[in-house]
Write a protein that binds this ligand. Structure first.
Ligand code: ZN
Ligand code: ZN
Length: 398
């Protein structure tokens, strides 16, 4: 356990005790970016630092919690863990996303189902009772979506079918039989909280029986057996933005499972996988395409037909194009997901050499070989290009 010596929240964030909210925010952001699990897959130390920073920030960002912490330390925050209460792992992620927006870009680690959440589940499991006094955020769900390469360029929409727990329509999520009246909680006498003593401190924590609501139901709803939630089959329309990258995790706010005790719904995350294409490879917003041309097309120049993201198009191969040359077709790449501006199509022209030339072809090539400049034949012959002149010189000095 890493909990042996718990560090001071200010020390964790590396800020002074009188740091402004803005300084605290900035310090947290920096640490969170640095130790983000997506950037440090499998790194236990980074995980621990990321969790620690989130914990510290959760307290110091809140005026009331910060005041209590300054006065009483961790004990002042109440609850079994003596720290902040995320009702589940997704909350940290959600809080982080809310404040700073998503972390886009890095492919590593993104998209493993539950990969992010599982890091925190162990740590926060069981310590989540206090929180929002009976209000619990619903669990988040994640689905994976695989789309064809060309669809990632053009965008589109998909329908996702899923099952999730939603507020029971019979009791509207209360868990009580309609028409019945909830009664005062017998454990806390309706206070919603219980007081306990620990050393010098008296601590107030949420009632373990009613979760802080102060009332309990002795007459549960028949439909949901008092849980307040029922499973539901949902069909959700997901819009896929043009230019989306492989591994992008989209968040559909509130489309997860219903919250408890009036808490907000969880979110639905959609991880998009882009299938590879037979000819195209994406590089940032550009598309790379390798295109064979014949020797004569490269020497004499020609107009060839190339596939693009938008269908067939014509490309002029200039006279004397060397094999391997990249020809740029402006604005024929992917739309940038935020600006909409399109990248380019980069066509790499490769001179095709026939393995088995036909009889007539061979005849002509033999004639050609009699008249062409031979840049890399043994020393002393003919005139060559700059490269072959240098190569000859290099051989001489070997
Ligand atoms: Zn119900
Ligand atoms: Zn109670």
């Amino acid at each position: 356990m890493a909990g042996a010596a718990k560090r001071d929240f200010y020390e964790i964030l590396g800020v002074a005790r009188d740091a402004s909210p803005d300084d605290i925010r900035k310090a947290y952001r920096k640490l969170a970016m640095q130790h983000h699990p997506d950037r440090n897959p499998g790194n236990k130390e980074a995980e621990e630092k990321f969790r620690e920073a989130a914990e510290a920030y959760e307290v110091l960002r809140d005026d009331e919690k910060r005041r209590r912490y300054d006065q009483f330390g961790r004990e002042g925050l109440g609850g079994a863990a003596g720290g902040p209460h995320f009702s589940n792992a997704e909350d940290i992620y959600a809080a982080f996303q809310e404040i700073f927006g998503g972390m886009r870009g890095g492919r590593a680690g993104r998209g493993a189902p539950g990969g992010f959440g599982s890091i925190f589940e162990d740590i926060f499991a069981g310590g989540a009772a206090g929180g929002g006094y009976g209000q619990q955020r619903g669990a988040s769900l994640q689905v994976e979506l695989s789309i064809p390469f060309l669809e990632s360029a053009k965008g589109g929409s998909r329908t996702i079918d899923l099952r999730r727990a939603r507020a029971c329509p019979e009791c509207r999520g209360s868990g009580a039989r309609p028409g019945s009246h909830p009664e005062k909680c017998s454990y806390c006498q309706g206070h919603g909280s219980v007081v306990s003593r620990q050393g010098f401190f008296t601590m107030q924590t949420a009632c373990p029986r009613c979760g802080g609501r102060g009332e309990e139901n002795r007459d549960p709803c028949a439909k949901c057996r008092g849980t307040g939630a029922v499973p539901e089959s949902a069909r959700i329309e997901v819009r896929i933005p043009a230019g989306i990258e492989d591994g992008t995790r989209m968040r559909l706010s509130g489309e997860g499972e219903s919250g408890e005790g009036g808490g907000p719904n969880g979110d639905l995350y959609v991880v998009v996988h882009v299938q590879p294409h037979e000819f195209f490879v994406r590089h940032r917003d550009d598309v790379i395409l390798e295109m064979p041309v014949s020797y004569s097309q490269a020497v004499l120049g020609s107009t060839i037909e190339v596939p693009t993201l938008d269908g067939k198009n014509r490309l002029k191969v200039p006279r004397g194009t060397p094999s391997g040359q990249i020809l740029r077709m402006r604005g024929q790449g992917f739309p940038n997901i935020s600006s909409g501006e399109r990248g380019d199509l980069l066509v790499r022209v490769v001179v095709h050499v026939p393995e088995k030339p036909g009889r007539r072809e061979e005849e002509i090539v033999r004639q050609l070989s009699e008249v062409e400049a031979k840049p890399n034949t043994p020393i002393g012959s003919g005139k060559g290009s700059g490269f072959f002149d240098r190569l000859r010189e290099y051989f001489e000095h070997e």
